[in-house]
Design a protein around this ligand. Structure first.
Ligand SMILES: [Zn+2]
Length: 265
């Protein structure tokens, strides 16, 4: 079965806010990663193009790879976009609409670093980068009651569609957290597919509303990057992240169980 690496980036910056440093990639490293993709004959696709390919409606290229960027940090416009354009690389940017620098009356949540303006999101869209939604205020969607969950999913899609003047069909869950209820809400809110984290490769058996992605961050040197895109030993490469994720999941489950118990009590 064909699988493909879907990479998850956040900030691309030399000196980001310390809160996003671990999640960020240095612009020089990002440029070198794009160079590796070019040298090794990869074809980049948007996340939106992946759904049709995994459903068998279109052919996957010979060496497909997808670059996705979460949150909508200002450095995407300054650092990532010019490099993507220079390398003719497709990409998808998942925007947290309430975090945008000029969200105005719609401002919601607390961004971890400087974020894009609406005009810059328009520039990114016009440059051919796919714009997807990343919720409105970046909550843990699986912890929200139904009405707030619907609002988070719908507000971000509607604001993006209104500003860009076309449909927005891709979603990435904040922190990658979803549950069956969240995935059903994403489908009901008009998204065609959604990205999780999971740190494994995506393939035909991936759930349409929990397409796995692979983390690329400050600790990703070029040797590791080459192994990630070649899908070599992903289990070993991401062992630490998987253990951490499983640990968080257990903590979050017990917290949520404690809350339920308190409410019942
Ligand atoms: Zn995020």
């Amino acid at each position: 079965m064909t699988t493909l690496p879907i990479l998850m980036y956040h900030s691309v910056a030399a000196d980001p806010d310390p809160q996003v440093l671990d999640l960020s990639v240095h612009p020089a490293d990002f440029g070198a990663q794009l160079e590796v993709l070019r040298e090794e004959g990869f074809t980049t696709m948007t996340f939106g193009e992946v759904r049709a390919a995994l459903a068998g409606e279109t052919e996957l290229p010979a060496r497909p790879v997808v670059l996705t960027f979460d949150d909508g940090y200002a450095d995407f416009h300054r650092e990532a976009l010019p490099r993507l354009i220079a390398h003719r690389t497709s990409a998808t940017l998942f925007v947290t609409t309430g975090w945008l620098a000029d969200a105005g009356p719609f401002a919601s949540g607390r961004p971890l670093d400087d974020t894009l303006t609406w005009e810059q999101v328009g520039d990114v869209d016009a440059a051919g980068v796919e714009i997807g939604a990343h919720s409105h205020s970046h909550p843990q969607l699986d912890q929200l009651p139904g009405d707030l969950l619907r609002e988070e999913l719908t507000t971000s899609r509607e604001l993006l569609e209104e500003q860009l003047g076309h449909r927005v069909t891709s979603l990435a869950y904040p922190y990658g957290y979803s549950s069956r209820r969240v995935r059903e809400a994403a489908a009901a809110a008009g998204y065609q597919h959604a990205a999780a984290v999971a740190n494994t490769a995506a393939g035909a058996t991936s759930s349409t509303y929990a397409v796995p992605r692979l983390t690329v961050d400050r600790s990703t040197d070029l040797a590791r990057f080459r192994r990630i895109v070649a899908q070599q030993d992903l289990g070993a490469l991401y062992l630490r992240q998987r253990v951490l994720t499983a640990g968080y999941a257990a903590v979050r489950r017990s917290r949520s169980a404690a809350r339920t118990w308190c409410r019942l009590g």
